[in-house]
Design a protein around this ligand. Sequence first.
Ligand code: GLY
Length: 395
Amino acid sequence: MGVPFIESLADIKRWNSAKHLSKDELELGLIRCLAQIDANMSVFGNGQFPTPATTNGLYGVMGNDEWTNGFWTGQLWLAYELTGEFRYRTLAETNVESFLERVERRHELDHHDLGFLYTPSCVAAFKVCGSEKGRRAAILAADQLMTRWQGRGRFFQAWGPMDSPNHYRIIIDCLLNVPLLHWASDVTGDPTYAACARDHFMTTCAHIIRADGSAFHTFYMDPTTGGPDHGATRQGYSDDSAWARGQAWGIDGIPINIRHTGMSGYRDYARSMRNYYLNRLPEDSVCYWDLVFGDGSGQPRDSSAAAIAACGFAEMASQETGEEERTIDEGALAITLRSLINNYTNDGPEPGAPILRHGVYSWHSRKGVDEGNLWGDYFFLEAIARKLITWNPYW
Ligand code: GLY
């Protein structure tokens, strides 16, 4: 498939005349994040992690066994970077030991989510304070991700046994897993990791993004030829709808991969996904869980998709060479973040509660519907960090 069509923005003035976020607005967001993280540190201490999503507004306690554990540790690293307070770093470093132990045992790691797990926890530990344990754990995680490589088709297989034709597919979320491999090439000097990451990025853009700028959640490849087969959803409303979080993974993942590969020709893919997303936002600019839904649908929103998209707008803005596109990115970031701060955060922290309310984990399996989730909390704080400090991306 060629470069997707870039829709014109239906209400371009909404984005390019948006009021910039003030320091006071960002600090209000930060204060709410830190208050909630502080409250949660009393619940999720040594070796204990929050569940992926809340139930009745509260995270449960679990071990380091899910694809989401990195986001709690990532919040601690961001809090440390934003405040300089050592208590955040101390707990983050304790968690890094748990991540090292997990990858040495290969515990619950037979999937592609190594980047989600090891980037905001262990790559962050290395980048923020030179942690040797973080470095070792993240390299082992990169090696584990390499076991998911399918040379025929040139992609990382998301889930399931590697010899199963029923699992021969990519998913758009993986654009945030492969930056781990670029980091691994940088620190080891071995170009193999980065070469596979680049090819996976190209395969994803070629097949998973539809001609209109929306994305399939997943895309099956033909195991015999390695050629494209068909798109399908797992978490979206239907195979041909645009799952909001998938669209957001693309909006953030494409520019991150451009930063690593230098392949600036892919910017139009990101703009195409961005415009499709912005044209389908409701009044308060926080998407419903699938972009097929709008105001009046009675469906829940996914605040986590909005937080991920906000980081994508910031990443795109940091790379734009033209004023016009950068103004749209900055406007989309300001409007999204303002709405999240004002309408989706808790103003009174409670132990075990999320930072952001009203996310959706998996509508079909009725998990975390209209609840908080860890990645929403993490990316919301990352978006604030991107505006408040000079932040060296973990991804
Ligand atoms: N990567 C899984 C999800 O976004 O739910």
